[in-house]
Design a protein. Structure first.
Lengths: 398, 647
């Protein structure tokens, strides 16, 4: 009996603790704190864009768990990043909603609106982790069946045996650990070489080696690391790559750099090997041919009125003519092609222009719209309910 | 464009031939009213769209002088309308050389360019005054244009703007140079065509030019060009004079093209240029050129000038009509001559006085129904007139542009003002305690004052052509109107917050708890209203971005500003629900919320980064900082009052 009572008391205590924790996690107070930090974060992230690029700001402020906010000189304070705040907000909403749901059955609008925000946060999470974003640039007559990332690079290793070419990729997130004089080796049983990447630099330029640098140089060149560019698209990465033949065979050293015109090429055991630093690319399940690109300016101005791409989508033996213009993208098989830009910049009149497309594969493409509709309906129901109650109360008092 | 025009300006020393010694008082010879009226409705193409001459004149004058009319002399001197000023500039440039046109804000600029200073710090200089220092002005402007725009000082920017204005003015006054040219054919040149010296204008010359060219070919044959051929030398000289008339660049595009698929109208000099390159001129272009020539040849003869101006207007309007570009020209002329927004400001001020007087009336139970109705009528009539003028002006703009009410920053001011006034009226209709209706004229007057100041500061057409990404009426009418309605609600809540805090500070209705309770309820209600529109507007902006650029959210400054408003609304509402803030807290939060709205509405435009580049602005940082400081002081004073009150 005594044991039972102790257990019951202990259970009650645990339940109370859980209840308190849940109450805290779902509380208005926590909501206010999270939203306040989010407000501060958004303000700081906005101001920071004046001297840092959007991509860097996004990584530092909005995609992070924590970040250090400089105050004065070397002084800085840690603040929660956007990713952490979104997670906390999600749990706050979820738990708060569950706790308060029974009391809110008479106010369904609020429940619906909060459900819509949860849905929005989920769509943001899925989009952040599972969408692909890139682009392609085509001159008239050119075609492409793949698109490239704006920011992510990869070391592409091609192995050619006879007419067969096998391509291996060392993606950027694996290369980051080889930064700052470190190195990372990639080993595979079916490869005759081990691939070592050293001194990966996010932004760099190859320079002829001076005497003091000769020990680090490859073919008389070394990579001079540069500070990160304000716009991440302007970064050009590079690295030293070492192909070591297995079984103690010779090694082949190369400098790979993002703007190199031709890949490093060598012969290993009679096979052709090529190594290059290239943008991460993804294949499209169809081919796009740019038939015609039209730029219309407002008359007697340099301001673009319309830019329009007439393209042909080729898939297998079928083809289809499509127009892609601003605000009217082309969607097919989960991929969306947007008219995003044109160039070259400052091209003289009559010069050949390219059309720039942003390409996105987003599994939750339409979810933000659905979330917007849900939240709007919820808020409308709630506010009309409140307004009606207010008017009724007013009439009653008259 | 500036570089080119400055270069042209630098080599165009012949311009100075127009400059005459400055007169003590500028002379004003008015144009006949009929001429001014003909010019007013003359269609032109400017900034990518066809608009009335009047609109171009208004904004050109605004840019040059910071005024909508030119005041000549002191005291009750004549005010010259923008249309007449520009018509004078085209027809009789020598008449306006001493008019005080070019505004110079700082004495630093005066010292830098070396012009003789005026007594006032901010004053207007005539072209003749600046002509003396023109070379130095253009040299400095050329130096400053090479600098990064973000690194230019205020003084450097002022010099640059002045250089641009002088250059624009020079292009304007030389617009009709090609029509002024007179050429002489002599018997020595073409004995088979003329038997004595024949003087002709450009229109006649271009008409006869194909024949002259044929005769010249006959004279020369296929051999080498002779050096001493009078026909060849004479024609070369005439064409050289024509080219010189075209060398000052283009300012006004006056002539619709023949080709209906060609959207670009032509300047008078381009008509001649086209003739020289193609060898022929279409019948329509020839008619336009003849009309322009008749205009300048009419000279001081008022009757002939009126006929020529009417002919030109008729010719251009008929060509524009055939192209479908005349539809809203008269409506736009009416919009500006009707001065809807300035009149609206005037009536809001009257409404404010009327509302202030209405507070002197005794409370409801002590007055009869009739006296209440009379009081309400006196109060509401000016407010209604002001709001109708505002809404009518917005509606006319929508019809002229074929767009929803908000497409640029200027229009956000008009729309936000209209929404905040209308919401105040609706609140009054619900609550009926004369609080919201008292704020309506204040908000209306403040909004129209801001619109007026913004138009003066920017001095550019407030109905510009849209960049490609904004060419979508669906998103402009949903996202943009929602988000600006959210701004309006935030500002209205802020106004109510001010009323609460300032009322407490100054002891207004000290013992009337119901008054402050009502203000709090209204503030909270407006917060909820604002949350809906700010949230939906922000989300729709994301959805638009998702469907236009492929990403829902890009942390762009303008997006962030909108998000900050939503977040602040959520913070306040949750803090209220959690019991962390009450009446005073809501009022203080509303004031702070208005400061956030100002950041989102104006502040992020100053950063000069992000995708919303069409909304960038400058020159308002000081005003904005002052506004934020005032808001901070009000909140701090409110907190101090609160602390003392609690104690």
């Amino acid at each position: 009996m005594g044991v039972l009572m102790i257990k019951e008391a202990s259970l009650r205590k645990t339940a109370r603790i859980i209840e308190s924790v849940l109450a805290l996690l779902g509380s208005y107070g926590l909501a206010v704190i999270i939203l306040s930090f989010q407000l501060i974060l958004t303000f700081l992230g906005t101001i920071a864009q004046t001297n840092q690029g959007l991509y860097l700001v996004q990584k530092k402020y909005f995609d992070s768990f924590f970040f250090m906010q400089p105050l004065y000189g070397p002084l800085a304070i840690p603040l929660p990043g956007g990713y952490l705040l979104m997670l906390l907000l999600f749990y706050n909403l979820l738990i708060g909603g569950i706790i308060r749901a029974p009391r809110r059955l008479r106010q369904p609008g609020m429940l619906i609106a909060h459900g819509g925000i949860l849905f929005l946060l989920i769509s943001g999470f899925v989009s952040h982790h599972f969408s692909l974003n890139g682009g392609m640039q085509l001159f008239e007559g050119e075609s492409a069946a793949e698109f490239s990332s704006f920011n992510d690079w990869t070391i592409e290793v091609q192995r050619q045996v006879g007419d067969t070419i096998t391509v291996y990729h060392l993606p950027q997130h694996h290369l980051m650990s080889a930064q700052g004089g470190h190195e990372r080796t990639f080993i595979a049983d079916d490869l005759p070489v081990d691939i070592t990447v050293a001194s990966y630099a996010v932004n760099c330029v190859p320079l002829p080696a001076r005497e003091a640098m000769l020990s680090a140089a490859v073919d008389g060149f070394y990579l001079q690391t540069l500070p990160g560019a304000a716009e991440s698209e302007q970064n050009v990465p590079g690295a030293y790559v070492l192909l070591s033949e297995k079984g103690g065979g010779p090694t082949h050293s190369a400098v790979v750099w993002g703007r190199e015109r031709a890949p490093y090429a060598t012969t290993i055991n009679g096979e052709q090997w090529r190594v290059a630093m290239v943008h991460q690319t993804w294949p499209l399940p169809f081919r796009i041919v740019l038939d015609k690109f039209t730029v219309k300016l407002h008359p007697n101005t340099g301001m673009a009125k319309v830019f329009l791409s007439d393209v042909t989508k080729i898939e297998g033996r079928s083809s289809e003519s499509i127009k892609i213009t601003m605000n009217e993208p082309f969607r097919y098989k989960g991929y969306t092609l947007f008219q995003s830009s044109w160039g070259p910049p400052d091209a003289p009149a009559g010069a050949r222009l390219y059309s720039g497309f942003a390409v996105v594969k987003n599994p939750v493409d339409h979810w933000p719209l659905y979330a917007c509709i849900i939240v709007s309906i919820g808020l409308l129901i709630h506010f009309f309910q409140r307004l009606a109650a207010h008017l009724r109360a007013g009439r009653a008092s008259c | 464009m500036l570089k080119r025009s400055l270069l042209i300006g630098a080599i165009g020393s012949s311009l100075l031939s127009l400059a005459v010694p400055a007169a003590e008082h500028p002379v004003y010879t008015p144009l006949p009213v009929a001429v001014v009226e003909s010019f007013r409705g003359l269609p032109l193409q400017d900034g990518g769209r066809v608009k009335p001459f009047d609109t171009v004149a208004r904004f050109t004058l605004l840019r040059l002088s910071g005024k909508r009319s030119v005041r000549i002399g002191e005291g009750r001197a004549a005010r010259v309308s923008a249309t007449e000023w520009m018509a004078q500039a085209l027809l009789f440039p020598e008449r306006i050389m001493d008019w005080p046109l070019f505004v110079v804000d700082s004495s630093e600029v005066v010292v830098a360019i070396g012009v003789e200073a005026h007594a006032k710090k901010r004053s207007r200089f005539s072209y003749n005054e600046l002509a003396a220092v023109r070379e130095r002005l253009f040299t400095l402007a050329s130096d400053y244009i090479a600098l990064d725009a973000k690194l230019r000082s205020v003084h450097q920017t002022s010099v640059l703007n002045l250089g641009q204005n002088v250059s624009d003015f020079e292009r304007l006054i030389h617009t009709l140079d090609v029509a002024r040219g007179r050429f002489t054919l002599t018997p020595a040149m073409f004995p088979e065509i003329v038997t004595s010296d024949v003087e002709m204008n450009v229109s006649e010359f271009l008409h006869i030019f194909p024949l002259l060219r044929e005769r010249l070919r006959d004279q020369i044959g296929d051999g080498e060009l002779p050096e001493d051929n009078p026909a060849l030398n004479g024609l070369t000289e005439i064409l050289g004079t024509l080219s010189q008339g075209m060398s000052f660049g283009v300012f006004l595009h006056t002539t619709p093209p023949d080709d209906p698929d060609d959207g670009a109208w032509l300047a008078p000099s381009e008509l001649v240029d086209r003739f020289l390159s193609a060898g022929t001129l279409s019948a329509q272009a020839a008619t336009h050129l003849a009309a322009l020539v008749a205009l300048v040849e009419a000279g001081e003869n008022g009757a002939a000038l009126a006929v020529a101006a009417a002919t030109l207007q008729r010719t251009v309007r008929s060509a524009a009509q055939a192209r479908g570009e005349l539809r809203h020209i008269d409506m736009e002329t009416h919009l500006y001559s009707g001065d809807y927004f300035f009149r609206s400001l005037f009536w809001y001020l009257i409404a404010f006085i009327a509302v202030a007087c209405s507070w002197l009336l005794p409370p409801r139970p002590k007055t009869s129904r009739l006296s209440r109705m009379v009081g309400w009528s006196i109060t509401l009539t000016p407010l209604a007139i002001a709001t109708v003028l505002l809404i009518a002006g917005i509606t006319l703009r929508c019809i002229i542009r074929g767009r929803p009410p908000v497409t640029n920053l200027y229009e956000t001011i008009l729309f936000i003002t209209a929404v905040s006034v209308l919401v105040s009226v609706v609140i009054e209709w619900i609550v009926r305690d004369r609080i919201a209706i008292s704020l309506a004229p204040v908000l209306g007057a403040a909004g129209m004052f801001l619109a007026n100041k913004y138009e003066l500061k920017e001095a550019v057409d407030t109905m510009p052509s849209l960049v490609a990404v904004l060419d979508t009426n669906f998103w402009l009418s949903t996202h943009v109107t929602c988000i600006t309605t959210g701004y309006a609600a935030g500002l209205l809540a802020g106004a109510l917050g001010h009323l609460y805090i300032l009322g407490k500070l100054f002891g207004f209705k000290r013992d009337d708890a119901a008054f402050y309770s009502s203000v709090t309820r209204m503030t909270y209600g407006v917060f909820c209203f604002g949350l809906f529109f700010a949230f939906v507007g922000t989300m729709l902006g994301g959805v638009w971005a998702n469907y236009s650029w492929g990403r829902f959210w890009g942390w762009d400054p303008k997006e962030n500003g909108a998000l900050m408003i939503v977040l602040w609304h959520l913070i306040v509402i949750h803090a209220r629900m959690g019991g962390f803030i009450r009446d005073f807290g809501i009022a203080a939060c509303a004031v702070f919320g208005a400061a956030i709205v100002a950041f989102s509405w104006w502040g992020v435009n100053l950063l000069g980064v992000g995708l919303h580049s069409y909304g960038f602005t400058s020159g308002i940082a000081r005003a904005l900082t002052i506004y934020w400081c005032i808001e901070a002081v009000i909140i701090l004073l409110g907190l101090a009052w609160r602390a003392r009150h609690k104690a």
